[in-house]
Design a protein around this ligand. Structure first.
Ligand code: T46
Length: 137
């Protein structure tokens, strides 16, 4: 997954069902996202701080701000692209091999991640120089 770019990532509309009782959104692995979902984690009660600052070698993700808003900047070593998530029916599909920084969390944000793999510390690159080497740059 060394040759992925920020253009391989996109914001998708998550299925939603609406009636007089409100909204219900659904994400099914292999149907609404192009991978089986093996893990779900979420960030919340984030103070005024940035998170992220790493890349994944193999992990595919769908990031959803189920509440609040956040900016996610993806970087493929050549180009950076910032995505703003602020609706529970919008999800950012992130391919492996991209550096990411998360900031501008609004108060009360809950950022949920649907992930293609179980947790594996060796899947992370946490040093930017190492990331550039991984990308062959
Ligand atoms: C990502 C962004 C959006 C675990 O033990 N298991 C897990 O499944 C996860 C995700 C984390 N952890 C532990 C590892 C660290 O000791 O939780 C601690 C905080 O994780 P980290 O510093 O990686 O948190 P973020 O916010 O920088 O990144 C997380 C995810 O790790 C990452 O995959 O894309 O959220």
């Amino acid at each position: 997954m060394k040759h992925t770019t920020v253009h391989d990532c996109q914001i998708i509309d998550i299925r939603k069902y609406t009636d007089s009782r409100g909204y219900l959104s659904v994400i099914e692995g292999g149907i609404d996202v192009p991978f089986d979902i093996k893990r779900i984690y979420y960030l919340y009660m984030v103070p005024e701080a940035a998170r992220g600052a790493h890349a994944h070698k193999d992990l595919k993700q769908l990031l959803v701000a189920t509440s609040g808003s956040v900016d996610i900047t993806l970087d493929d070593g050549h180009e950076k692209k910032t995505f703003h998530l602020d609706r529970p029916w919008k999800g950012l599909l992130v391919v492996p091999g991209l550096w990411r920084d998360l900031d501008n969390f609004s108060g009360g944000t809950v950022l949920m991640c649907l992930a293609s793999e179980h947790y594996e510390a060796t899947d992370y690159i946490r040093d930017y120089e190492e990331f550039l080497k991984y990308k062959g740059l």
